[in-house]
Design a protein around this ligand. Structure first.
Ligand code: ACO
Length: 489
């Protein structure tokens, strides 16, 4: 395994001259990165009339809205080369893993750093599958949701709920060093939570699905793989010897594998940010789910299908593309913060789609998707901005062909992604020097200090963003509006 190089020669540094003071600073470069805190040493006297909130004399701040070029971790887990369209888990190309490995084997690789031997894999698989069963009270929890609750809301809440069952896994109750000691007992506690979270992810997801279908819940079966067990738990309604279709099991497993990790994306960063307070892993994973749910991230696969349905047929594609260019619409499933050529996972998804369509039949939106893809790839707007299809552009079509409801798509993303979140969380808990709470800085541009104004002296500040909006109250009938009662405004 290659080792990172450390900048020791004097050339491995930046010479920075502060033109405000004429002072020169040398800032070391290590692994092609400079430390943001080194810039804090660059101080200057505050200029006359300069805002005190700039804190100029306290040191320079590094501003990076949206983390465009800020590295917050040293990691050995996943490598992405966005220019070349490359994705490696622990050094192994995603294409090789998708062809030769399984989701659970790759999970072992992501979390523990190497491909497991047969006995190592068997132990890991057994632990994960054994931890699939949830407390019987979980059924009550799912039944408390409205009949039309979004499955992602249920899954997010379910992970947080799960934490309440394991007081021994909660650093707030057991001591804040529960996961950071790195000794055998601490590692065992950590690994038990990892087995539980991966094992129960499919169970909770299947429960979120079944509550929407009005079906009783199914205990995780024995003798099936992780992915087959998931399909069984979703679909089994009492048939004897029910076995999910092997082509669909394999396809879903491949999709799980390629969704398992993607380094410091929005949801993984959320898990680490939340975990940096040393909260229990269930709360951190719930936070990750919440972040993943957004349409710019894991909600994009659902958004793609809604977009394709709204376009309807290939003939409507040109008008849609023009609306995107006028910024009236978003082309969901296109563009990526890191990939600027192609997302390597999108090719694997295309191949998997062909396998699935052979058994399910082709999705009727495929033609519209192809027309949209081809039109966007030829259009100057998308070429100039280097926008290519991401994994979500095609994955939704497979999920639809497999008969999953649209709002279940983000769940199908979250279930495998708990693996990546846990791998990064574990890495952070065990990193050298301990865990530092993630507390970014801000550039304060608001009002400078001012004195309180008594109510009778205030001048109303008006404007849509400056005053609370008026809202219609749902569920208030004409009769209630016409009624009179004490304190009616
Ligand atoms: N459709 C139309 N225009 C787009 C799109 C898109 N899908 N994506 C980016 N652009 C445009 C932006 O408007 C911007 O144009 P401008 O420079 O003229 O203002 C330019 O391309 C750069 O885009 P940014 O938004 O600055 O890129 P950023 O890295 O911040 O965002 C993101 C990346 C959020 C993925 C964005 O491309 C997007 O919104 N895509 C659609 C949603 C999507 O598919 N999300 C899934 C991401 S993959 C995943 O989570 C698995």
């Amino acid at each position: 395994m290659g080792q990172p190089t450390h900048g020791t020669s004097s050339q491995d540094s930046l010479t920075v001259k502060d033109n405000r003071t004429g002072k020169v600073y040398t800032i070391p470069i290590v692994d092609n990165a400079v430390s943001a805190t080194a810039f804090k040493d660059i101080k200057a006297p505050r200029k006359p009339n300069e805002r005190v909130e700039n804190e100029t004399e306290k040191g320079l701040r590094v501003q990076d809205k949206g983390f465009l070029n800020t590295a917050v971790m040293q990691s050995t887990i996943t490598y992405i080369d966005g220019e070349a369209g490359v994705l490696h888990y622990r050094g192994y190309p995603i294409e090789q893993l998708a062809e030769k490995s399984s989701h659970l084997e790759s999970a072992y690789l992501l979390i523990y750093g190497s491909l497991p031997t047969q006995p190592q894999y068997e132990l890991f698989e057994r632990e994960v599958l054994n931890h699939g069963v949830t407390h019987s009270d979980t059924a009550q929890f799912f039944r408390s949701f409205r009949y039309d609750a979004h499955p992602m809301s249920m899954l997010t809440s379910a992970f947080a709920m799960l934490g309440s069952y394991y007081s021994e896994a909660n650093p707030s109750l057991q001591g804040q060093r529960l996961y950071t000691k790195g000794d055998a007992a601490s590692l065992a506690t950590m690994d038990r939570q990892i087995y539980r979270i991966i094992g129960k992810a499919t169970t909770l997801a299947a429960m979120a699905y079944r509550i929407r279908q009005g079906r009783e819940f199914v205990t995780p079966p024995t003798g099936l793989s992780y992915t087959a067990s998931f399909l069984y738990q979703m679909d089994h309604i009492g048939e004897e010897n029910y076995v999910p279709n092997p082509v669909l099991v394999k396809a879903l497993d491949t999709l799980f594998l390629i969704h398992a990790d993607h380094e410091l994306n929005a949801s993984c960063t959320t898990v680490l940010q939340t975990g940096s307070s040393l909260v229990d892993p269930y709360s951190a994973i719930a936070a990750g789910c919440a972040s993943l749910y957004g349409p710019l991230h894991g909600g994009a696969n659902e958004a793609v299908i809604r977009m394709l349905i709204s376009i309807g047929k290939p003939e409507n594609v040109p008008a849609f593309i023009e609306a995107v260019k006028r910024r009236e619409k978003t082309l969901s499933g296109f563009g990526h913060r890191v990939y600027k050529t192609s997302d390597p996972r999108s090719f694997i998804v295309r191949k998997t789609a062909d396998e699935v369509f052979k058994v399910t039949g082709q999705d009727q939106l495929l033609e519209t998707a192809m027309a949209l893809h081809d039109a966007a790839m030829k259009d100057e707007y998308f070429i100039k901005r280097r926008l290519a299809p991401n994994v979500d552009f095609w994955s939704g079509l497979i999920y639809r062909a497999m008969g999953f409801p649209l709002d279940f798509f983000p769940v199908l993303f979250a279930v495998p992604r708990v693996v990546g979140w846990l791998a990064h969380w574990r890495q952070m808990m065990l990193q050298e020097g301990g865990v530092k709470i993630w507390r970014p800085r801000q550039v304060y541009v608001g009002e400078t200090k001012r004195d309180f104004v008594p109510v009778e002296d205030r001048v109303a500040v008006e404007g849509p963003k400056q005053t609370p909006s008026k809202v219609q109250h749902g569920g208030i009938s004409k009769r209630t509006q016409l009624a009179s009662y004490k304190s009616k405004l």
